[in-house]
Design a protein around this ligand. Structure first.
Ligand code: UGA
Length: 434
């Protein structure tokens, strides 16, 4: 049985390590963050991801899965998965590759002859080629492959163990054979396998995320047109989605996409296209980004229509801080961005989230956070529904009406039952529904 190492233990790495261990492999997870390693070794996940903690605990207890900060512990491993982050650079649109470069530099001296380093992080096309040359200089007996990851937060375990495809960028048959051995049980289940060269494998990932971002911004552009013309984007989305060439998923209009992936990936892709002399090809992504950012501003416009231009002293209840439900990730969260902008405009903003209050507070300590929905909405002039957690759909609008100052709700995710709220006497507004 192969032995595996996983470098980087964030959403991607921690999930990958636990999932590979559950397939029967011995796995060493490596991270530079000592605190995180201690938690993981106790079977605790330092973030919220449904199903991951149970899996992690079982795998740590099985003895197959261990975490360490010591790179020397990977010396017996046959495959090393690079799962570190590639955030947006502080001073531009491009991806910051510091962590990827550092991982290769840390793994290379310890990797045994014949082992395979496999990049899973999302990188600009051309990165794998550059890293392969870097690797040749340090340890020529080790090969590099790229195997992009398509997991969604909130479904990380499911997507890792039952992906809709496996894409491997390789430069030899041997590298492909090793990866087929790693993923043998998934292949047996019929998961499609795509062999590609290194640049294509890198591109598949950013192309997929760009397409998803485009789909979301497309429907949000339609929402703007619906608002201008009296249409209803939820009906429009349903109707076009029945065409199988279009498909109904990722057509949920609202405050748009956020998180640690889609926004930074389309920006890094634009930056890379410029370096490649192909700027025009991805110029449309600039508009995708603008439409996305505009959706946040449109919610604030709706607030002003209802409670007045001057927001000073107005109480605004924000339901949701995470960038999407079933996650406590607040990186580039549209909900939090809106909350911050309203607070800067002088409103008294109270934010609720079932899981993301602590990570949100760590970034925006000046916002007021509430542990309960009741506390959040008490005395509110308007409620904004900005992350579509299930518990918000279960709110009884009649029961909470007496707790607010003005019964006005803005559904920023088009996920609430409008008729229910209207029947209960609320003024109900939503993006893209006149
Ligand atoms: C995304 C991709 O979906 C994954 O396939 C990919 O592996 C991952 O990025 C990554 O690159 O690591 P994720 O960031 O977890 O996954 O989130 P998504 O489910 O794609 O949602 C992104 C954002 O779009 C969220 O803010 C969500 O609220 C928003 N969204 C999604 C909409 O506004 N409308 C929709 O119809 C769908």
């Amino acid at each position: 049985m192969l032995k595996l190492s996983v470098i980087g233990t964030g959403y991607l790495g921690a999930t990958h390590a636990a999932a590979m261990s559950s397939l029967g492999f011995e796995v060493v997870g490596v991270d530079v963050d000592q605190k995180k390693i201690e938690l993981l070794n106790q079977g605790k996940v330092p973030f919220y991801e449904p199903g991951l903690e149970d899996l992690l605990l079982a795998e740590v207890n099985s003895g197959r899965l261990k975490f360490t900060t010591d790179f020397a512990q990977i010396k017996d491993c046959d495959v090393h998965f690079i799962c570190v982050g590639t955030p947006q650079k502080k001073d531009g649109l491009a991806a910051d590759l510091t962590y990827v470069d550092a991982s290769i530099a840390s793994v290379a001296p310890h990797a045994k002859a014949g082992s395979l380093i496999v990049g899973k992080s999302t990188v600009p096309v051309g990165t794998a080629g550059r890293l392969a040359s870097m690797l040749r200089e340090v340890n020529e007996k080790v090969e590099l492959a790229w195997n992009p990851e398509f997991l969604r937060e909130g479904f990380a375990v499911e997507d890792t163990l039952r992906p809709n495809r496996l894409v491997v960028g390789v430069t030899s048959d041997r590298a492909e054979e090793i990866l087929k051995e790693v993923y043998a049980s998934l292949l047996k289940d019929g998961v499609p396998w795509i062999r590609a060269d290194l640049p294509t494998a890198e591109l598949v990932k950013v192309a997929a995320n760009s397409f998803l971002a485009t789909k979301i911004s497309f429907i949000n552009a339609m929402a703007e047109i619906c608002e201008a013309s009296g249409g209803d984007v939820t009906v429009l989305a349903k109707a076009i989605g029945y065409d199988p060439r279009i498909g109904s998923r990722f057509l949920q209009a609202g405050i748009g996409f956020g998180g640690g992936c889609l926004p930074k990936d389309i920006r890094a892709f634009m930056a890379r296209s410029e370096e490649l002399g192909a700027k025009q090809s991805l110029e449309f992504l600039r508009e995708i980004d603008s439409i996305n950012m505009r959706a946040r501003a449109r919610v604030i416009d709706l607030v002003r229509i209802d409670i007045g231009q001057d927001l000073k002293g107005k109480k605004i209840a924000v339901l949701g801080a995470a960038f999407k439900p079933d996650s406590d990730d607040v990186r580039d969260s549209p909900a939090l961005d809106i909350a911050v902008q309203l607070s800067q405009a002088g409103a008294n903003v109270s934010v609720h989230d079932p899981k993301a209050i602590e990570p949100a507070r760590a970034r925006f300590a000046h916002l007021d956070f509430s542990e309960s929905i009741e506390g959040c909405i008490a005395g509110a002039d308007v409620i904004l529904h900005l992350t579509e957690w299930k518990i918000y759909r279960e709110i009884n609008p009649s029961a909470i009406k007496s707790q607010v100052k003005q019964a006005i709700i803005i559904d920023g995710r088009n996920a609430l039952d409008r008729d229910l709220w209207v029947k209960a006497g609320w003024k109900f507004r939503a993006l893209g529904r006149a």
